[in-house]
Design a binder for this molecule. Structure first.
Ligand code: FEO
Length: 396
């Protein structure tokens, strides 16, 4: 039998552990070890649930809830986000607790009406509205676009906990709920994975909200997100990491992403990497054999992104075209890009790649050496290596 886990006096984790997912949100985010859907039960004069879980895990969540409150009803549910991984369970929850009051942001109410029950009497709340449940006061803060327009967080001042929903999430699944048992480096890498793959387009909103939280004067010693572990040991590091992520702060680092059938484009990328590597860290990935998760994470803190493609008849590799399209949605700032290509009889794809990279928000670095007719020879590769060195030095 699954049970609730006490995280602070009268506050329990009642989420679910999804050990077997290897893809998150469709196939956009490959994950290694599953994830958790965190929900929290606040016991007070009124009983309040913060978020639900994905529908298929509702039995597990309800069992954990009942391990604390038995047959007592839940008075309130706070729907911090209408996306399915947190809110699809609501449809099941209301079967068990038909008189429950459901609170959501205004955008959350719309989202719930359109996704689930049109006629449920949701109660809209806005930033700094409060709900007194007895001893506890729940304060809401809207977090639009972190990760959908409807997201909000809930702060319980008396317990000093911020329930942050998607913000500060990570895909760590462990029988231990807290960061205390893990190294900061591990938590940082997992938080970075999550940010790069889920939150990256919304850096501006993240920066503003971090500032708002800092200015709110809220005292908190725990951040309880909706995925992964609860933070209490690494709070300053976590906030500072989010500040770094939200500005796409980069270090002396290049990432090279390419696709190549006959290794011509691959050789070009590797020659550029040799030269760049004299002055910066270089990561190089063949896109068709690399997890999108790794690429997005490594791109987040790179100064320069190099993208290579062979010519397929008269177009770039569809894998590269799709990747550049994805970058367009990421609202890239403060990064330079370089495209490189090998072609047989149609030299036009480099110009197409350059155009798309500019449209995706990159500042472009260009050179005639980057468009290679057929296979590069030794002299071509030496020149590319030298070009890589010059580009690397330009970042010093
Ligand atoms: Fe964890 Fe935006 O869902």
């Amino acid at each position: 039998m699954t049970k609730a886990i006490l995280i602070k006096d009268n506050i329990y984790w009642v989420g679910a552990r999804d050990y077997n997912s290897r893809n998150f949100h469709g196939a956009i985010f490959p994950i290694e070890e599953g994830t958790t859907y965190n929900a929290y039960l606040v016991i007070d004069k009124e009983v309040t649930l913060i978020d639900t879980v994905e529908l298929q895990f509702m039995d597990e969540m309800l069992e954990r809830i009942k391990s604390v409150i038995k047959d007592q009803p839940i008075d309130n549910v706070i729907i911090q986000h209408g996306e399915n991984d947190h809110a699809s369970g609501f449809t099941e929850l209301v079967k068990h607790y038909p008189n429950i009051k459901a609170y959501a942001s205004k955008a959350g109410v719309l989202c719930m009406q359109k996704q689930y029950f049109k006629d449920f009497p949701y109660i809209p709340v806005k930033s700094y509205d409060t709900l007194k449940t007895g001893e506890f006061t729940l304060t809401f803060l809207e977090m639009p676009l972190i990760h959908w327009p409807d997201n909000m967080l809930t702060f319980i001042s008396e317990a000093k906990i911020i329930f942050s929903n998607d913000a500060f999430g990570q895909h760590i699944i462990s029988s231990r709920l807290f960061d205390t048992y893990l190294s900061w480096d591990y938590c940082y890498q997992k938080a970075k994975d999550y940010y790069a793959n889920i939150v990256m387009p919304y850096g501006l909103q993240v920066s503003k909200k971090l500032m708002e939280i800092a200015e709110s004067g809220w005292e908190f010693d725990m951040i309880a997100p909706s995925h992964g572990v609860i933070f209490k040991s690494y709070l300053p590091q976590l906030i500072s990491a989010y500040q770094e992520f939200s500005t796409m702060a980069s270090k002396p680092k290049a990432i090279i992403i390419y696709d190549s059938v006959w290794n011509n484009t691959q050789q070009m990328g590797e020659a550029l990497a040799e030269g760049l590597g004299e002055s910066m860290e270089v990561k190089i990935y063949k896109i068709s054999i690399t997890s999108a998760n790794i690429i997005m994470k490594e791109l987040l803190d790179s100064q320069v992104v190099l993208i290579g493609s062979g010519c397929y008849n008269n177009i770039m590799a569809p894998s590269i075209a799709g990747f550049i399209e994805k970058l367009k949605s990421m609202r890239i700032t403060n990064k330079k890009a370089i495209a490189f290509s090998s072609y047989g009889w149609f030299p036009g794809i480099l110009a197409d790649m350059n155009e798309r990279l500019v449209a995706a928000g990159f500042e472009l670095i260009n050179s005639p050496l980057l468009n290679q007719n057929y296979a590069p020879n030794e002299i071509d590769l030496e020149k590319l290596q030298e070009e890589g060195k010059i580009i690397g030095d330009s970042f010093k």
